[in-house]
Design a protein around this ligand. Structure first.
Ligand SMILES: [Zn+2]
Length: 78
């Protein structure tokens, strides 16, 4: 059974603010296109060439340390 084209994958980038040390996360929707990252590993590789802008929600610092990336489940019941 084909499910057809569904929406985008959403990666969640977890950072720790270099200034106030508080964790932040940012959701990064990625289209299901050829060449787009399909796994966390590929997404992290893409990040190295194309960093996601970081702004701390608490102190507005723009320096964050990447602590992890997770893939948000995109097949939750609508
Ligand atoms: Zn901060």
């Amino acid at each position: 059974m084909f499910e057809g084209t569904r929406g985008s994958r959403i990666f969640i980038v977890h950072c720790l603010c270099a200034n106030c040390q508080r964790p932040s996360s940012r959701r990064v929707p990625t289209p299901r296109a050829e060449g787009a990252p399909a796994s966390v590993e590929e997404f992290i590789e893409a990040l190295e060439c194309n960093p996601v802008p970081f702004t701390c929600a608490h102190c507005e610092s723009i320096i964050g340390e990447l602590v992890g990336v997770t893939l948000e489940a995109d097949d939750v019941a609508a």
